[in-house]
Design a protein around this ligand. Structure first.
Ligand SMILES: Cc1ncc(COP(=O)(O)O)c(C=O)c1O
Length: 399
């Protein structure tokens, strides 16, 4: 009672910070919760491989535990892992990072995103990002005290963010451009030409690019362009990468950031007070993944590609127009023929047909009219989900 009368508002509002109050709960989580209460659901909701981590990676971690490797590591991550990562980035992109000052091992790309934002944002600074975008992007900016500026992207433009639109949204407060291609939720891959246009704008205006390249390996018949590897961009990019998707390692919680030393130093300071270090056994596993995981990753990608083709064709066949995703493991069909909102569609699909997909609106206003279907699930489940969706669409279509 005392705190209520002294501070005017309700006790609950007084206890929670303005920044935390500004966040909306993840639209994806809401669906997981609903899904958990219904039996027999086929989930196209979760953005996670259905594979277990390749055995040789698991084994390396077991071995390290058996040897008693259970202590903290250096805050920046095990030196051997940083050295191997430096070799990997050199081998794949011709990028040279100093493993001692320019690489940081993090608790997934999730932590790396948060650290990057907290390291560069002053209150009121603006971060430009595409709409739709991965659900954590705006939250990280808000938690760091920044302001989210979204740039609409459209199916007709391959959901690529346009450099001209970015330029129109630049102000004296713009601190960074945050992009993630291959993209969640659309599966879009940004072409070399468009990426170069974007980096020209960033360089010209001296704005940092934070590039979330967690899906870098998951591309189908097109190239992945690493932003930091474009001319003049190594000094102007915070490159984020991870192990969750390509090596089926979501639960290990391991990722990394590569950036100029002053940015990594700032991120490391925050990381050392909040995380200390990424899980030791996960670091050992990541080292094994970098050293010998290419083959298993390539096999999974081949399999995702089969599922991608099957899913996209299946969605089109049941009457849902579907943009062709060239990366990640999501299809993003339009559900406009039903006249329903994305949220109503997803909710009704779950309750009537027990298929879980995520409403496109969970990823931003431009996601309205779409749903996200993850195809990193078995062919049998995709087939059954499509059969159920066919029934659902024929019942609800308005055209
Ligand atoms: C675009 C994107 N970035 C980052 C993440 C988080 O990845 P991690 O498991 O490395 O924290 C995800 C997970 O779905 C994602 O889709």
């Amino acid at each position: 009672m005392v705190s209520e009368s002294r501070h005017g508002g309700s006790k609950k509002r007084y206890r929670i910070s303005k920044r935390a109050n500004q966040l909306s709960p993840s639209g994806i989580r809401k669906f997981f919760d609903l899904l958990a209460s219904i039996e027999g659901v086929i989930s196209l909701g979760v953005g996670e491989p259905d594979y277990a981590t390749p055995w040789h990676i698991i084994e390396s971690a077991i071995e390290s535990l058996e040897k008693g490797q259970t202590m903290y590591t250096s805050n920046s991550g095990m030196p051997e892992l940083r050295q191997e990562l430096a070799r990997y980035l050199h081998g794949h992109y011709g990028l040279d990072y100093d493993p001692n000052t320019e690489l940081l091992i993090t608790v997934g790309v999730s932590e790396a995103l948060d650290l990057a934002m907290r390291a560069i944002i002053n209150p009121g600074d603006e971060v430009i990002m595409p709409d739709p975008h991965y659900v954590a992007y705006d939250s990280c900016v808000i938690l760091a005290g920044g302001k989210v500026v979204t740039v609409p992207t459209y199916e007709d433009d391959n959901f690529e963010i346009s450099a001209a639109d970015i330029e129109m949204n630049l102000t004296g407060n713009t601190r960074a451009i945050l992009i993630g291609y291959p993209a969640n939720p659309t599966g879009a891959v940004m072409s070399r030409e468009k990426t170069e246009e974007l980096t020209d704008v960033a360089r010209h205006h001296g704005v940092l690019v934070i590039s979330d390249e967690i899906y870098a390996k998951l591309v189908y018949g097109v190239e992945h362009v690493c932003v930091a590897a474009l001319p003049g961009m190594r000094e102007n990019t915070v490159l984020l990468g991870g192990f969750s998707k390509a090596y089926a390692m979501t639960g290990w919680r391991i990722g990394y950031a590569a950036a100029p030393a002053e940015i990594i130093a700032a991120m490391t300071k925050i990381h050392q007070y909040t995380m200390m270090c990424a899980p030791t056994m996960a670091q050992v596993a990541a080292l094994e993944a970098l050293k010998s995981g290419e083959e298993s990753a390539a096999e999974m990608v081949e399999d995702y590609n089969r599922r991608r083709l099957f899913m996209v064709k299946g969605l089109r066949d049941i009457g849902l127009p579907c943009f062709e995703p060239k990366g990640a493991f999501y299809a993003f069909p339009s559900i406009r023929i039903t006249g329903m909102t994305s949220e109503d569609f997803a909710e009704a699909l779950l309750t009537e047909e027990k298929v879980a997909a995520v409403p496109g609106s969970a990823f931003g206003e431009c996601g309205e009219g779409y749903i996200r279907c993850c195809y990193a699930t078995s062919m049998a489940d995709i087939e059954e989900a499509l059969a159920r969706m066919k029934r659902f669409v024929s019942k609800h279509r308005k055209d």
